[in-house]
Design a protein around this ligand. Structure first.
Ligand code: FAD
Length: 339
């Protein structure tokens, strides 16, 4: 990597405030919550960087969710996310204000934007972090993420370059409380976009027609693993989910078996979830899966192997055959609901 940065010239924590269609993305709020925590530890301001067309009204919400300052960059050409333009504006602002930390949600937009921004700013980036903290002695962002196929958790620092950048996957951090009375400084910056800056034109964008709750927002999840992937057990899992108002999720091998969609795969290469109730049915508890459920409040695990790793994560463990246990649970719920 090229020349080291003068780290003393950089101050403040920045969050990229992703929005689409004039609506703040949930991941932007999750980043604000963590950003607030980091800024408080460092004793600096938290700044949200908001790009789009006519998005200024969202700045008040960003303040209410924890930002001290909001940088608003508005231009009709920023209405839809475009890699080159968003990279240019974020880098211009960061070059000017010199934040010491910049965190971005690892959404499809964040994953596209972040490497380009970090390259242009001549700094490093730790992707897909599961925890962020501050080493106050050195004023370093301490980023933790799974490495080597999830077999170790790596702690990564960026001592010589600024800003220290990390991305965090959706669902890892909670959305902070919205405080209506909070006040902050909102700055609308000048945006200059030359015709030569525009090399890509968006002809059309369309939304996926998927229905139902995103598994990341689910309050209850009944999850299928290979040990409960037979027809009887899976039907019982679907029935339990429908009876208790839960979503069905599962492990990667169940996605590979085409039993469930990749959109509901939970874990390192799937989604991170934070439900109130997580029922793990026939799931071994491999680290690549459990990394996605570390924020689940109450875990019920069913596995025929009493020594299965998943029981270490469970509030309640049931050792036995999934088929028998799941069909008994269906009967029991129906009996209770009919009373
Ligand atoms: P298994 O490991 O085969 O476990 C099945 C379990 O069911 C066993 O514990 C067994 O005792 C139990 N069982 C069997 N029969 C019964 C029965 N009749 N009744 C009750 N219990 C029974 N996995 C993910 O889930 N999500 C990811 O995002 C993910 N990402 C990965 C990324 C990488 C880079 C790699 C290398 C792997 C990844 N994996 C991921 C795969 C992961 O390592 C495990 O292989 C996977 O989670 C195991 O899925 P499983 O628990 O369904 O199956």
């Amino acid at each position: 990597m090229a020349d080291k940065a003068d780290v003393t010239k950089h101050k403040g924590v920045w969050v990229f405030a992703e929005q689409q269609d004039g609506k703040l993305a949930k991941i932007a709020l999750e980043m604000l919550g963590k950003g607030r925590d980091l800024a408080d530890k460092l004793g600096v301001d938290l700044t949200a960087v908001l790009l789009g067309a006519a998005v200024k009204p969202l700045a008040d919400d960003l303040v209410a969710y924890g930002a001290d300052k909001v940088i608003v960059a508005e231009h009709p050409e920023l209405a839809e996310y475009r890699t080159e333009l968003y990279t240019k504006i974020v880098c211009e602002q960061a070059d000017k204000a010199k934040p010491e930390v910049l965190i971005i949600g690892a959404s499809p937009i964040g994953r596209d934007l972040t490497p380009r921004v970090s390259f242009r700013l001549n700094t490093g980036c730790t992707a897909d972090c599961t925890e962020l903290d501050i080493d106050l002695d050195e004023r370093l962002l301490v980023s933790t993420r799974p490495a080597f196929g999830g077999n170790v958790m790596a702690t990564i620092i960026c001592p010589e370059h600024r800003p220290q950048m990390s991305t965090v996957r959706p669902g890892v951090f909670a959305v902070p409380e919205k405080k209506a009375g909070r006040t902050g400084e909102i700055t609308v910056v000048d945006v200059t976009i030359a015709p030569t800056d525009i090399n890509v034109t968006v002809l059309e964008s369309s939304k996926s027609d998927k229905h139902g709750t995103d598994i990341q927002d689910a309050v209850k999840i009944v999850s299928v693993g290979l040990g409960a992937s037979d027809d009887v057990s899976f039907k019982a899992i679907q029935e339990i989910a429908s009876l208790i108002g839960a979503e069905v999720g599962g492990t990667r091998p169940c996605v590979e078996k085409v039993l469930i969609d990749h959109g509901v795969q939970i874990g390192q290469t799937g989604k991170n979830v934070r439900p109130e109730l997580y029922m793990a049915c026939g799931i071994s508890g491999a680290v690549q899966h459990t990394t996605g459920i570390s924020n689940a409040k109450y875990v019920v695990a069913i596995n025929k192997d009493p020594n299965a790793e998943i029981f270490k994560f469970a509030n309640v463990g049931i050792a036995g055959d999934a088929k028998q246990i799941l069909t008994a649970i269906v009967k029991e719920i129906k009996a209770v609901q009919q009373k």
